[in-house]
Structures are given as structure tokens and as C-alpha cells.
Design a protein around this ligand. Structure first.
Ligand SMILES: [Zn+2]
Length: 474
């Protein structure tokens, strides 16, 4: 069986073929090229955002687990209406403002054990590539200028609307939208390049002074990093229209080749059954949950365990259940580590492990069904516990099971393997002291290295107004 993924563009489950040409063996495929829409760095990301980011992480981890190599980019939107407004309000430069929230975002990714991807392009560093797209569109007569801004004329791009299925709706050709986001009922020409308003940062371009619209940055970065059609583009379902629709229009009209092979969209997250909103009081950043005492592992587990095409109802009850589930896994790891009796390998244990890996893979291969995969994982835990109960697992077998857990944790990222070296409180605090000193000296590389060292040992640092706190990851 092979990996299949639901493609939003075709609305079908499709076999996954990186590069578009089937190969005999997985290792013969070229690296899987993935582009994920990243955060707009104007504030703290909320747990709804992190559902998508945890999914992106699972996707790349699973592809690697299956033997593919990946080449993955996620953009940092560091110029838009909100970042500009935030910098003006705080009376600092746009770069200072967005650097602050970019660093916070990267810290949050580490906390959730999200692997770094290969590329993190920033919008403000991709201006030339945006101008290139606009120049190509200009040559083809697909753009027009109005009040100093440049718009894409969607009526001239006949495939417009295929992704979001707005084709049969009333396209208001010639009507324009300056805001980056608008509703599905309102299909209008979108701004590629925006005339500068007072006090706004701007760039000098052949199309006049101004700054980019939101949609064009992703098209520009895909082109700069990958050069041609990519395999997978991910994002939340709320990005299908207009953002991804507009990305397709710009890129395909400019370069006359398909933009993306597989469009993969992650459903919404609800909190206690309702849409998350500040006015309902159910709006949570990752840090809000950590301060309430929930562990990053439990949060990662809960965000990961629902199928990506289903809405996820995030509840505190669910977080507690996630913590319970992790406890069951921790208990198994502890029991396996406690086994001392030596004996030759028990074939039954090896068979059980291999059967688990096979059925886990078959299940997750079916449209990335991680929910099903985790169900099978808990059956496996049950079976191994039963074997430990009946003394049929030796030290050698236990080591084999641990190696299988480590293998499957390259996908999960939430199993805790206690390190042989345990740090005591004084050692942790000495390292925090050293990190604070490094930060004062602006030696951020050293500060980050210390943070990573502690994280590896299961300790998470939180920088608060009152100073640095630490909590155990498990
Ligand atoms: Zn995007």
C-alpha cells in the first residue's frame, strides 16, 4: 500500500507521488518540496494556529518515517496591516517589532517539540522575487494600477476559483479589495502591491513606492526557494480563499506551470465546542496554557491526535485525558527500563513489534490518519504490558521495544525517554544563570544552546516579567 493524501484542488484522495513521476522505491523519489503558510508575527500565536503548525510538523516527520527526504519552507509574514500598526503603536521599527514576535514564535515551536524546517523566509527579504512576479504579470497584461496600488485582474485568469470552488459565484471584475482578507462571497481583484500610506514603511520599485500585499509573498518565496512546481502546500482551511486562490492565480499566470501538486488544508480548532474568540473568553495562546500548568507534551498530543480534516474540539478535559494517555506511555517506558533479566530474544516480541509498525504505517498511509495510528499504538502498549506481566520480555527484548518506541516517536514527538543523566535543581539554576548572562551580553547563540541543552533533558524555560521559570516537560 502507498501513502494517499486528500487534495483540496481535486477534492479526491490521491496516491502521493513527489515530483509527479512514479518510482519503484521510496528512496528513488526526489526530496518532497513543502511550503507551509507561516505566522504573521504581530502577536503571540494561539492554539488554533498551533494546530496547523503541529500538523505541518507531523506531515514532515511522517514523510521522513516513510523514507522520503523533505525540503520544507515556512514563511514569516513580517509586513502587513497588523505588524505595521503594532510597530507604530509601540513606536519602534517594523523590524524590531517583528523580530520580537518572531523570536517568541520560534520559542513556542521548540516548546511544542516542532522540528525546525529547512527554510524560514521573511516577506521583507523577498521583495525582489515579488517584483519579478508582478513584472511577468505586467507583460501579460494581467495587472492594472489604481491610486498608486497594483491589482491583479482576476477576470483575465480563467482558472480563478478552482481551489475554493468559487467559480460559479459572481466575480466582481474591476471591483477591488485593499484588505488582505475578505469573505468568500466577495470575489474581487486583489492588491499585489500597495501604495504607501503616511508613516508606513515602503520599498522603491519599478511599480512605484509601496509595500507588498499579503498573497504575493508566498508565491514569491515558493519561486525563490524551489524554482518550480512544488509537491505540497499546507495551511488552515481559512486560507483556501482568498489567500491560496490568489497564490495560484499569481504564480500560474506569471510562470505558466502548475504551482502545487497537493493542496493540504487543516480544519479549524474549537475550544470547548465554540469558535475561539477573545470576546468569549476562550482564546488561548500556548503560554496561557503553560501558565495554567498544562504540559507542552499534553498540548502537542491533543493537537496531534485528531484527523487533520476534522474539526478538533480542544477542551481542558481533553488535555487532562492527554496527560493520562502520556502517563500510560511513560509507565511502559519505565517498566521496560526496569527489566533486568537477560535471555535470548523472544521471537514473539519481535513479531509483535513488526506487526505494530506494519499496521501503524498502513493506517497512517490512509490520508495521514494519525488518530487511527495512535489507537493502534495503544493496542500495542497493552500487548507489551501483558507480555511484561507474564515475564516473557527479557532485557534484550525490552531494548528492542524501546527502539521501536523511538522509531515511532520520530513521528509523534511526545514520548519521554528519561536521560541517563538527571540534572538536579542547582545544576538547572546554574545553567539558567549562565543563559541570562549570555543574553545580557547579546550572545544569543550561547543562550539558545543552553535552552536546547535543558530542553533535551526535559526542562522547559519560560521567560516571564518576573524572570526565567523552568518546568518539567513531562
Ligand atoms: Zn501563504
Amino acid at each position: 500500500m502507498a501513502l494517499t493524501i486528500f487534495n483540496t484542488l481535486t477534492r479526491r484522495l490521491e496516491p502521493f507521488i513527489p515530483g509527479g513521476v512514479p518510482k519503484e522505491k521510496i528512496e528513488d523519489y526526489p526530496p518532497v518540496t513543502i511550503y507551509s503558510c507561516g505566522p504573521t508575527v504581530y502577536s503571540y500565536a494561539h492554539i488554533g494556529n498551533f494546530r496547523t503548525f503541529v500538523f505541518n510538523d507531523f506531515l514532515r516527520r511522517y514523510l521522513k518515517f516513510r523514507g522520503f527526504t523533505v525540503n520544507h519552507a515556512m514563511n514569516i509574514t513580517d509586513v502587513d496591516d497588523k505588524t505595521i500598526a503594532g510597530a507604530l503603536k509601540d513606536a519602534i521599527t517594523l523590524r524590531e517589532y517583528t523580530d520580537k514576535y518572531t523570536n517568541i514564535f520560534f520559542e513556542d515551536l521548540k516548546t511544542l517539540n516542532i522540528e525546525p524546517v529547512e527554510h524560514y523566509p521573511r516577506a521583507t527579504e523577498s521583495i525582489d522575487a515579488m517584483i519579478d512576479i508582478i513584472a511577468h504579470l505586467d507583460k501579460k497584461g494581467l495587472i492594472y494600477e489604481k491610486d498608486g496600488s497594483i491589482y491583479f485582474s482576476i477576470a483575465k485568469f480563467h482558472r480563478y476559483g478552482r481551489l475554493s470552488n468559487v467559480i460559479n459565484m459572481d466575480i466582481k471584475a474591476g471591483a477591488r479589495y485593499d484588505a488582505d482578507e475578505y469573505t468568500k462571497e466577495d470575489i474581487r481583484d486583489f492588491a499585489l502591491w500597495k501604495a504607501p500610506k503616511d508613516n508606513e514603511p515602503y520599498w522603491d520599485t519599478p511599480f512605484g513606492k509601496g509595500r507588498p500585499g499579503w498573497h504575493i509573498e508566498c508565491s514569491a518565496m515558493v519561486r525563490t526557494i524551489f524554482g518550480t512546481t512544488i509537491d505540497i502546500h499546507t495551511g488552515g482551511v481559512d486560507l483556501i480563499f482568498p489567500h491560496h486562490e490568489n497564490e495560484i492565480a499569481q504564480s500560474e499566470a506569471a510562470y505558466d506551470e502548475p504551482f502545487v501538486r497537493y493542496w493540504v488544508h487543516v480544519e479549524h480548532l474549537l475550544v470547548e465546542g465554540s469558535k475561539m474568540s477573545k470576546s468569549l473568553g476562550n482564546f488561548y495562546t500556548l503560554r496561557d496554557l503553560l501558565l495554567k500548568g498544562y504540559s507542552p507534551r499534553a498540548i502537542r498530543y491533543l493537537l496531534l491526535t485528531a484527523h487533520y480534516r476534522k474539526q478538533l474540539n480542544f477542551t481542558f478535559d481533553g488535555l487532562n485525558q492527554a496527560a493520562q494517555a502520556l502517563l500510560r506511555i511513560d509507565n511502559l517506558v519505565a517498566r521496560l527500563n526496569d527489566i533486568k533479566q537477560d535471555a535470548s530474544p523472544n521471537q514473539k516480541v519481535i513479531d509483535q513489534c513488526n506487526a505494530f509498525l506494519t499496521s501503524f504505517t498502513e493506517t497512517v498511509d490512509d490520508d495521514l490518519n494519525i488518530a487511527g495510528g495512535i489507537g493502534i499504538f495503544f493496542d500495542f502498549i497493552h500487548d507489551i504490558n501483558t507480555m511484561i506481566d507474564s515475564n516473557s520480555i527479557s532485557k534484550t527484548d525490552a531494548e528492542y521495544v524501546i527502539s521501536v518506541l523511538k522509531k515511532v516517536d520520530t513521528v509523534f514527538g511526545f514520548i519521554f525517554f528519561p536521560e541517563a543523566v538527571n540534572l538536579n535543581k542547582e545544576e538547572i539554576e546554574a545553567l539558567i544563570e549562565e543563559r541570562n548572562k549570555a543574553r545580557k551580553e547579546k550572545n544569543f547563540a550561547k543562550a539558545d544552546a543552553i535552552r536546547d541543552e535543558l530542553l533535551q533533558k526535559g526542562i522547559i524555560l519560560q521567560d516571564t516579567k518576573e524572570g526565567t521559570r523552568w518546568i518539567l516537560k513531562s
